[in-house]
Design a protein around this ligand. Structure first.
Ligand code: BGC
Length: 758
């Protein structure tokens, strides 16, 4: 595997020389542009917050010179890169993802860009000291909460830290569906289902933007694997894309209203995503009437006029692109020779300005401020607790009694901290990395742990707890045999630019098997970025999937282990039993020459994840939607009703146990046998809820179904179509655990994809 976006570790001495102290100065600076309130005057009407963002953008645009316009569409990487001999402009927040110059005379602030979905990251190429910030659990963990309110709170928290770190653009909002469970970035995304992913990611975006900054949904589109990501051509028919990955973007954009969309590295059915007229102009801007701007991924631009004319509004991470395609020279030339019309440049600038006005980034400029880390720790902990999924709990091994005696904690650096995912999104831990020196030296390494040690949290709850690192199988097994109960931590680090096998690394499968043999009372706690295979599952009574649980992960894991909170996470992704159950048992592109484009045919079409399993009759290891609770719930009273608002589904959920807990009732729909609806798979998730219920408490759930989830896309008619007939609604605990069924008759309906037709 080749990582084109190479990152180098630079020795501190060289660093000081290269920087000349610029980093700290840059971080301490306030905003270069004066706050709107102080410069607003009659002659600068675009600074009047009472006007609509569109109007303000038009007014500001009219006041701009051609050179000023060019400034806004060209972004610089925000860190020095020795291997490219690159030093960013001195105004950057050194160590950041990017910087776009502002126009001080017009009160337009610079754009300060930071990654990403779990919090304020620092680029590893950085010559500046890493920012140490609060990390949320991985995106996939947040998706596993099935609780959009929590996702929104998490977004609001990291957005607050972004603002207080001097950033007004957060590159968060990863929503590529998990088509490929080996994808090294699955941890950044919202799982495999369009409705769940869109609901959760939109909530996070809303939270981030509540801080009057811009959030960026990404990577548009079909960036489903990292192997060959810069060159691969994702082949999937339009109708199938519209019913899967594009649908996730469409719904998330509607619900979350991100001010920016980041186009992806890969090609889609031919052209690069960042110069795809189909994706950018036709689908995003025309059909979806998207008013924001399209920024490029870092190194995803390949041309000037073709990209601009296809709908790319900003080259955001120049230095990773081969040329400064949207830089003043190349852009100027294209404007001069007419290959880019002036109206197109104006549209690009207008969209960026609109985002700056609509977000509040102009009216409330960012500056470096103190951060309430104590309060933020509680937000990330709540998210982590709800995202942890109890996969198996035979004989109710969990929750642990506080009286549990002689506990062996084994493996996974549980004495030091919790794992996080690698790449541009990595948030460096407050208090430093307690397990330094692991993983690739270059990007996407190193492996970063957060200093929230599960061992310490367990020790705070039980008296006799001994630890073994798990590096010597015999020693670990011996400790297990001498203990009453074992908690074994098994980790798989994943990261950007790489894909990973589904097998736990470093002989951990053998370790688990040996320890389980020595003491069958064992709980396995997994920290992984997505599904892993579990050859030892039959030997292990309890398994908890903790993902990458963030800044307070150790505490969150302990709280779930001890039942201080219910286990309320549910899988946002299918765990396969084996690779041959996947649409592509062998990952495409593994032996590919770098820079040579190759096709990846997504033959599963819209049948992503559980839909594929359902279609093929594969039995997963753990199904999408699966997750156990410490209490038990009755699901009943399923009713379906067509109303003027659309299809409504209702059910009643009752906590039948003696503990407080949270249920996640799920609704799936499929065409009844004999109805030719053209669906990609027998069932789709169409709605869900999460209900916290006291013992004996009973509540009604009601969801209104988005009609696109009942429809197929017709690429000839350019619209959606519901085939009239009988459909079966399932009230379910997971994609394979249907509790109740009801029939509903859907009237035939058709409507255009373009928004005005809806
Ligand atoms: C990633 C983006 C990220 C950008 C800036 C790229 O390599 O694909 O997700 O936002 O870098 O760091």
């Amino acid at each position: 595997m080749r990582i084109v976006r190479l990152k180098k570790i630079i020795p501190p001495l060289l660093l000081a020389g290269l920087l000349g102290g610029a980093a700290t100065v840059a971080m301490a600076q306030g905003n270069a542009a004066a706050p709107a309130a102080t410069t607003a005057a009659q002659d600068q009407p675009w600074l009047n917050p009472a006007l609509a963002a569109e109007e303000r953008a038009a007014l500001a645009l009219a006041a701009m010179t051609q050179d000023e316009k060019k400034l806004l569409v060209f972004g610089h990487f925000g860190s020095a890169l020795k291997y490219k001999n690159y030093m960013p402009p001195k105004e950057v927040r050194m160590g950041s993802a990017g910087y776009v110059a502002g126009i001080a005379r017009l009160g337009i602030p610079p754009q300060y860009l930071t990654d990403a979905g779990v919090g304020v990251a620092t680029q590893r190429e950085s010559l500046a000291p890493y920012l140490e910030r609060t990390s949320l659990p991985a995106g996939i963990a947040t998706a596993a909460t099935w609780n959009p309110a929590l996702a929104e709170q998490g977004g609001a928290m990291i957005g607050r830290e972004a603002r207080a770190s001097g950033f007004n653009v957060m590159l968060a909002g990863g929503i590529n569906l998990v088509r490929e469970p080996r994808n090294g970035r699955n941890f950044e995304y919202g799982g495999e289902d369009p409705w769940l992913a869109a609901t959760m990611v939109a909530a996070q975006i809303k939270g981030i933007q509540s801080n009057q900054i811009i959030s960026t949904i990404k990577h548009f589109a079909l960036n489903a694997q990292e192997t060959g990501r810069f060159v691969l051509d994702a082949r999937i028919a339009e109708d199938q894309a519209r019913m899967s990955d594009l649908l996730a973007f469409e719904i998330a954009i509607e619900k979350g209203q991100p001010h920016s969309v980041m186009c992806a590295y890969n090609r889609y059915n031919g052209p690069y995503a960042c110069e795809s007229d189909f994706l950018l102009n036709q689908v995003l801007k025309k059909d979806w009437a998207y008013p924001g701007y399209v920024m490029s991924d870092w190194g995803a631009v390949h041309s000037t006029a073709p990209a601009a004319n296809a709908g790319l509004d900003q080259e955001s991470g120049y230095i990773f692109d081969k040329k400064p395609y949207f830089g003043p020279q190349l852009l100027g030339k294209a404007l001069k020779d007419g290959s880019i019309p002036q109206a197109r440049l104006d549209d690009m600038v207008r969209r960026i300005l609109r985002a700056l006005f609509a977000s509040g980034a102009v009216d409330n400029p960012v500056s470096v401020q103190p951060i309430d880390y104590g309060a933020h720790a509680l937000v990330t902990q709540a998210d982590a607790e709800e995202g942890i999924v109890l996969l198996k709990n035979d004989g109710n091994v969990l929750p642990l009694a506080a009286s549990a005696k002689r506990i062996a904690v084994i493996g996974g650096h549980a004495d030091k901290g919790v794992l996080s995912g690698g790449g541009s999104s990595t948030v460096f831990a407050r208090g430093g990395n307690p397990v330094p020196g692991l993983g690739p030296k270059d990007f996407p390494g190193p492996i970063v742990y957060h200093p929230s040690a599960p061992l310490e949290a367990i020790r705070r709850r039980s008296g006799d707890v001994r630890f073994d690192p798990g590096t010597d199988v015999a020693a670990a097994a011996k400790l297990a045999a001498e203990s009453d109960l074992v908690i074994l931590f098994a980790n798989q680090w994943t990261g950007e630019a790489l894909d990973f096998p589904l097998t736990l690394p470093d002989g951990q499968d053998a370790l688990i098997a040996a320890v389980a043999k020595a003491n069958p009372k064992i709980v396995v706690v997994l920290q992984s970025g997505g599904p892993v295979l579990m050859p030892w599952l039959a030997q292990v009574p309890a398994v908890l999937e903790a993902w990458y649980p963030g800044t307070r992960g150790g505490e969150a894991i302990a709280r779930v282990l001890y039942g201080e909170v219910d286990a309320t996470g549910r899988l946002p992704v299918t765990f396969p039993q084996s690779l041959d159950q996947l649409p592509r048992p062998v990952l495409d592109g593994t032996d590919q020459k770098p820079d040579v484009s190759f096709p990846v045919t997504y033959s599963e079409g819209a049948a992503v994840g559980y839909k594929w399993f359902d279609l093929k009759g594969h039995k997963p290891l753990f199904a999408f939607g699966h997750g156990l609770s410490y209490t038990s719930f009755a699901y009943e009273g399923l009713a379906a009703e067509m109303t003027t608002d659309g299809l409504k589904l209702r059910a009643r959920v009752t906590n039948k146990g003696s503990r407080h807990g949270s249920a996640v009732p799920q609704f799936y729909i499929g065409p009844a046998p004999g109805v030719t609806a053209g669906w990609e798979a027998p069932h789709r998730l169409v709605g869900f809820d999460k209900l916290a219920l006291a013992p004996g408490e009973s509540r009604q759930v009601e969801v209104t179904i988005d009609p696109r989830l009942l429809a197929t896309y017709d690429s000839t008619a350019k619209g959606w179509k519901i085939s009239g007939g009988t459909y079966q609604v399932q009230l379910a605990r997971s994609a394979v655990d249907f509790v109740q069924q009801a029939d509903v008759t859907l009237p035939a309906r058709q409507w255009p994809a373009a928004k005005q037709g809806k």
